[in-house]
Design a protein around this ligand. Structure first.
Ligand code: SF4
Length: 439
């Protein structure tokens, strides 16, 4: 399978642009052509890509300087270093790679998937001493929650956070919760349903998963959001959904919840910017968060795709804004998108609204179809982009050690025990939640 590397596409566009030659599409930032380690020493930020305009919280993990031998190595040299470290480590290490990672990293992964599939993969190799997670910070935390006590989880670049996950932090969610308790009280209604159930998207910190576990709540993914909301409505009169407003809105709307009963909570304003009446009438309170990758998709792009490719099937991720989801033919998780493409008759044409690396991988895996990204501009997820083969080679070499350096787990991600216990409760509720049996 030949994959059009996003790295190579970006390099070609940048070179052509610098030479004044016409470019078929432009990157979202000329900085994309720089190497990720050039940003490690700069002021904290998500780096180039879709999240570069988002505000990074103070105290976000910073990546230290990558040793020079990894910064100056060629792509082939890094690939060889990774292969030889993997050969030495054998079954002692497992490498997990998210769909949105660059191809130069994913070719070394033992498992490739979305955040839920990778969480499951974490438990499939209990004998591995180290799990190297080529994804973002919250995913590595989830891997630490689900892995064995003796296993270590490593994130090759600590700056690989997630701007959406960072839009909800424990302090502001706790403050929101206290205001809602003041308004609703804590007593269940006559049918035993409590006033509000907290639901966090998988794309959130372990601290927020712990908050949900401690307060009768649950975690959801983009694959099971409706099942989880049904679980929550059985137990609560309403839901506080964070951090992604779009997944919450799109899912609840599909379940028949009116938009008027989905107020948005802006953590910078009293009562989130709502009146008592709006919150009392609410069924789903949506946190003011979003994914900058999926927010780039627009209805105009769908209109243009249909004009250029009559009969095109438009599938978008439910993290896209509601009007984009409404205008698309279908919406679903990355797993859903992959299965829909696999099941289609040869010769189908798809316009996909999700991260560019995944779309290019799907296009390479399905030459029998025409598959393209709805957004013509090459703009990957900034934080996934921070994981480069250089960092992967560095952490694997660290596990191997050498004559001067004993083996060590660099960039280890550890969730504190008190948080972990509650977070596991919320994850276990999600794994146990089942769609209601049709009457
Ligand atoms: S694609 Fe969006 S939600 Fe996923 S890691 Fe990137 S910023 Fe976060």
């Amino acid at each position: 399978m030949t994959i059009a590397s996003v790295d190579r596409t970006i390099a070609l566009i940048s070179t052509a642009s610098a030479e004044g030659r016409p470019t078929a599409g432009s990157t979202c930032s000329p900085d994309l052509a720089r190497n990720p380690w050039e940003f490690d020493a700069e002021a904290p930020g998500y780096g180039p890509g879709s999240s570069m305009g988002d505000v990074i919280p103070t105290g976000s993990p910073r990546q230290g300087e990558l040793p020079a031998r990894y910064r100056t190595a060629s792509a082939d040299e890094l690939a060889e270093r990774i292969r030889s470290a993997k050969a030495v480590l054998g079954e002692r290490v497992v490498i997990l790679g998210h769909f949105y990672q660059r191809e130069e990293v994913l070719r070394h992964a033992d498992f490739i998937g979305d955040s839920f599939q990778l969480a499951q993969a974490t438990t499939s190799r209990p004998d591995a001493e180290a799990i190297v997670f080529c994804g973002v910070h919250f995913m590595a935390e989830t891997a630490d929650l689900l892995s064995g006590a003796d296993q270590v989880v490593i994130l090759p670049n600590l700056a690989a956070g997630c701007s959406m996950a960072d839009m909800a932090d424990l302090d502001s969610v706790t403050e929101c919760w206290e205001q809602l308790e003041d308004l609703y009280g804590t007593e269940p209604d006559a049918s035993g349903r409590v006033p509000v159930i907290p639901v966090t998207y998988m794309n959130s910190s372990a601290a927020l998963k712990g908050f949900c576990g401690e307060h009768g709540g649950i975690v959801c993914t983009s694959s099971n959001a409706q099942t989880v909301l049904e679980w929550a409505f059985e137990r609560g009169q309403r839901v506080l959904f964070f951090p992604d407003q779009h997944l919450g809105r799109n899912t609840a709307k599909a379940m028949g919840v009116p938009l008027a009963q989905m107020p948005m909570w802006n953590p910078r304003r009293p009562l989130g910017g709502n009146s008592d009446e709006q919150l009392t009438d609410a069924r789903v309170i949506l946190w003011h968060g979003f994914c900058s990758v999926h927010r780039r998709f627009t209805v105009d792009q769908i209109t243009a795709a249909r004009a250029e490719h009559p009969g095109v099937r438009v599938i978008v991720h439910p993290e896209c804004p509601m009007e984009v989801v409404d205008a698309a033919d279908e919406n679903g998780s990355t797993d859903y998108i992959g299965k829909a493409i696999s099941a289609a008759p040869a010769g189908s044409t798809f316009a996909i609204g999700t991260e560019i690396n995944l779309v290019q991988r799907l296009a390479a895996a399905h030459p029998e179809h025409t598959i393209f990204c709805l957004d013509p501009v090459v703009c990957p997820c900034s934080t996934m982009y921070r994981i480069h083969a250089g960092y992967l080679a560095w952490v694997l070499d660290g596990l191997v050690g050498d004559d001067e350096n004993p083996p060590e787990a660099l960039n280890r991600i550890v969730v504190a025990a008190d948080v972990a216990d509650h977070a596991r409760v919320a994850l276990e509720r999600m794994l146990a939640a089942r769609p209601p049996v049709p009457a």
